[in-house]
Design a protein around this ligand. Structure first.
Ligand code: NAD
Length: 500
């Protein structure tokens, strides 16, 4: 399926024709798991069976790590000139673009997002990410230290060796690209463990990378569950680093595994409960409401940086809620294979029930359900929830504290900017935050005081590969995207050269 996309294509027919391959990808080839065991991957859009997936265990991880190590030691990738790695990765990005329809379809079938979003957002972002790191790698210089003239001290960056990447299901292609691109550009070998809920696009990406010229063994994918394949990778004594994206609870386990094994370096991109603060003097209420809705309903709310807490100054509370509810009504969940759909299915029944549980809990604790709150499209066999807005939420309520990871907005009214900042910061997370105000002093004060890795002023979820992404506090350690990502996947070396 190499053709350019057509938004009016018959995606149902294409989906019926697609035969995804769920086998692992090791040493440049598709392979069954050593035991031959598989698990069924069903689509959340209607419950259809997509493929049996190789159920990787520690033995499968051992083989993949050994292949990755052999590739690294051979120098077939790590010792190649950066400009040569660049050309291969640029071809990889081109192949992603050439397979846009196929990858978008895999993404939508696997995790339920609308096909229009997969085509417009996920595939192009993944390709751009690979391209950007490819472009960067032959433009990074080392340093010469200002030492005495009798010596020369150079400071250089080297690849770490074998990196394990563990990624979640909410943006399978993009999360994979954020890891794979800097890891490979820096010259490492890689073993990727995609989420058991969305393994298909990552497996296909590895095939495309090899087709582009990444040597076999450099990019391996072992699908499987977290407590088996993921744990084995994070515990492995011959893995030099783990690049992890997922929940804070799992991130804590990954750190423990590193401590229990070889003290491998751990980069963590974890959860969030981000506050979107709208002051009464917000410059454009319509824009703020649209951004607030997008910040919680895009990707079915399954976003780490979702603006899940809307902090509204009391005088504009009604006006904001009215506008957001109007947008929510236009975003009722639809068929993800229809190009006009804006809200798709949640990733599986477990996640849907988790989100419905939070909605139930919000009502029980006294929050007012402003709109939504119900499961819909049940007859499809898939897992859909209406965009949901709660009002009169207090900061102590569970829906104001815990990451829901669904299309559920908790609206918390406030009176002063100090109160808003205090509520915004009263969370274990620190991923993103936003402030909407016409007053530069208020905006600046808030931007400084908000304890989060990303702060948006009069916007939400501005995004570019050139800027770091990651969080304060229990939202993680280290950053994805931008040149800062190389800090996670390279070792710093000082070399002293003495002159006679
Ligand atoms: P998760 O923690 O359940 O799983 C993430 C990955 O870890 C999966 O591949 C899973 O199989 C694996 N895993 C699970 N248990 C493991 C274990 N014991 N050892 C090793 N690996 C294990 O998270 P999820 O439900 O897939 O994803 C949602 C979470 O990801 C949310 O909390 C979200 O905020 C977070 N997230 C963060 C970012 C970010 O950049 N900060 C981006 C996307 C998602």
């Amino acid at each position: 399926m190499n053709t350019n996309s057509n938004m009016n294509s018959n995606w149902h027919q294409r989906a019926a024709e697609l035969k995804p391959d769920g086998r692992a990808f090791v040493a440049g080839q598709r392979v069954a798991s050593l035991s031959g065991a598989t698990f069924d991957k069903r689509s959340p859009i209607d419950g259809r069976l997509l493929a049996p997936i190789a159920d990787g265990q520690s033995g499968d991880v051992d083989v993949a790590v050994a292949d990755a190590r052999a590739a690294f030691v051979s120098g077939v990738w790590a010792a190649r000139a950066p400009s040569a790695r660049k050309r291969v990765l640029q071809r990889f990005a081109e192949l992603i673009r050439a397979h846009k329809d196929e990858l978008a379809l895999l993404e939508t079938l696997d995790m339920g997002k609308p096909i229009g979003d997969s085509l417009r957002v996920d595939v192009p972002s993944a390709a751009r990410c690979i391209d950007w790191y490819a472009e960067s790698i032959d433009k990074i210089y080392g340093e010469v230290a200002p030492t005495a003239a009798s010596v020369l001290a150079t400071i250089t960056r080297e690849p770490l060796g074998v990196v394990g990447a563990i990624v979640p299901w909410n943006f399978p292609l993009i999360m994979t690209a954020w890891k794979v691109a800097p890891i490979l550009a820096a010259g490492n070998s890689l073993v990727l463990k995609p989420s058991e809920k969305s393994p298909l696009s990552a497996l296909r990406l590895a095939e495309l990378a090899i087709e582009a010229g990444v040597p076999p063994g450099v990019f391996n994918v072992v699908p499987g569950f977290g407590h088996t394949a993921g744990k084995a990778l994070a515990l492995h004594a011959d893995v030099d680093a783990i690049g992890f994206t997922g929940s804070t609870a799992t991130g804590k386990l990954v750190m423990q595994y590193a401590g229990q094994s070889n003290l491998k370096r751990v980069g963590l991109e974890c959860g969030g409960k981000s506050a979107n603060i709208v002051m009464a003097d917000c410059p454009d209420l319509e824009a703020a409401a649209t951004a607030a809705a997008f910040a919680i309903f895009f990707n079915q709310g399954e976003m780490c940086s979702a603006g899940s807490r809307l902090l509204v100054q009391r005088p504009i509370r009604e006006a904001m809620l009215e506008r957001i509810a109007a947008i929510a009504k236009r975003m009722t969940p639809g068929d993800p294979l229809d190009a006009a759909t804006r809200l798709g299915a949640l990733v599986d029944e477990t996640q849907m029930n988790r989100v419905l549980g939070y909605i139930h809990g919000g009502r029980e604790q006294g929050a007012r359900l402003h709109c939504g709150g119900e499961r819909v499209r049940q007859e499809s066999g898939g897992y859909y929830i209406e965009p949901t807005v709660f009002d009169e939420v207090s900061p102590q309520m569970t829906i104001a504290r815990e990451e829901i990871f669904g299309p559920v907005l908790a609206t918390i009214p406030f009176d002063t900017i100090d109160e808003a900042i205090s509520i915004a910061n009263s969370t274990e997370y620190g991923l993103a935050a936003a402030i909407w105000s016409r007053d530069i002093n208020v905006a600046h004060k808030a931007a400084r005081a908000l304890r989060s890795g990303m702060v948006y002023v009069n916007c939400y979820d501005a995004d570019d590969i050139t800027v770091p992404f990651g969080g304060y506090k229990q939202s993680g350690i280290g950053r994805d995207k931008s040149l800062h990502a190389f800090e996670k996947y390279t070792e710093l070396k000082t070399t002293w050269i003495a002159f006679g």
